[in-house]
Design a protein around this ligand. Structure first.
Ligand code: PGA
Length: 249
C-alpha cells in the first residue's frame, strides 16, 4: 500500500494565540488536499485555539514537545494527557533545536516516544546531522544511532504508525535545502535502518519526512523521491506559501 504523504508545519516559538487563529483562518482554504495528511505543530498555548479554529477542515494539530511523565512536580512541563485532552494528535520529538538549546538527548526522546504511543499520540521524531558530521562522513552513523536509540522498546506495530523527520541541522532556517539526492539518500538509509531493527513491512509503512528550508520551489522534487513521504516545514509554514507546499504536485 502506498504511504500517504504527511506535510507538517513546525511553528516553533511563533504566533500568539490570537495570531494563531488568524493564521489558521488564512491557511484553511489553501491547505485542502485529501491525498496528504496536513498537520500544524504549534506552541502548547496555541493548541486549544488552533484545534477550535481548524474544526471542519483537514488540518490536524500537533504539539512541539511533551514530557514523559504522567503528572506531578515537573514545573513548566506538559503531559501527554494534557495534549490528548487539548486535541493534539501528533507531537514533534527531539527537534535539533530542543537537542541543542534544551539538552534533549536520544534517551529522553526515547522515553517520550514510548509515552506518546501509550497515549495514542503520533510522534514525529526528528534526527539530523551537523555540518561537521556531514563533512566528516559520519552522517549515516550518527542518524542510525539517533533512530536506534529513539526507537528502543518501540514495537513494530507502533513503529509502523510513527513519523521520522530527517532534518540536516545545516539546512534548518538557513535557506540551504539539502539537495534532493542528499535528502533521498539519508531517508532511504533511515528506512533501511528501520528494516534492520524490525522488518521490511515496518520499513515500508513508516513515514519519513524531509525538513530544512523546504519551500514551494523545492517541495515538488523532494516529495517525489521514493523514500520521502512529505516534509516538516518551519519558516514557510507561517505563510500562505504553506498552501503551495501542501499542494506541491
Ligand atoms: P525551516 O525549519 O523550514 O525553517 O528550515 C524546519 C524545521 O526546523 O523543522
Amino acid at each position: 500500500m502506498a504511504r500517504k504523504k504527511i506535510i507538517a508545519g513546525n511553528w516553533k516559538m511563533n504566533m500568539t494565540p490570537s495570531e494563531a487563529v488568524k493564521l489558521v483562518e488564512t491557511l484553511k482554504p489553501l491547505v485542502v488536499n485529501d491525498e496528504v495528511d496536513v498537520v500544524f505543530c504549534v506552541p502548547a498555548i496555541d493548541i486549544i485555539p488552533v484545534v477550535e479554529a481548524a474544526k471542519g477542515s483537514n488540518i490536524q494539530v500537533g504539539a512541539e514537545n511533551m514530557y514523559f511523565e504522567e503528572k506531578g512536580a515537573y514545573t513548566g512541563e506538559i503531559s501527554p494527557n494534557m495534549l490528548v485532552d487539548a486535541g493534539a494528535k501528533y507531537v514533534v520529538l527531539g527537534h535539533s533545536e530542543r537537542r541543542e538549546y534544551f539538552a534533549e538527548t536520544s534517551e529522553s526522546v526515547n522515553k517520550k516516544m514510548l509515552k506518546a504511543f501509550e497515549h495514542g499520540i503520533t510522534p514525529i521524531m526528528c534526527c539530523g546531522e551537523s555540518l561537521t558530521q556531514r563533512e566528516q562522513g559520519i552522517t549515516m552513523d550518527w542518524i542510525r544511532q539517533q533512530v536506534k536509540v529513539g526507537f528502543l522498546n518501540v514495537t513494530a506495530e507502533q513503529a509502523k504508525t510513527a513519523v521520522i523527520a530527517y532534518e540536516p541541522i545545516w539546512a534548518i532556517g538557513t535557506g540551504k535545502t539539502a539537495t534532493t539526492e542528499q535528502a533521498q539518500e539519508v531517508c532511504a538509509g533511515i528506512r533501511a535502518c528501520i528494516a534492520e531493527i524490525y522488518d521490511d513491512a515496518t520499513a515500508a509503512a513508516i513515514r519519513i519526512q524531509y525538513g530544512g528550508s523546504v519551500n514551494a520551489k523545492t517541495a515538488p522534487d523532494l516529495f517525489a523521491q521514493a523514500d520521502i513521504d512529505g516534509g516538516l516545514v518551519g519558516g514557510a509554514s507561517l505563510k500562505e506559501e504553506f498552501g503551495k507546499i501542501v499542494n506541491y504536485k
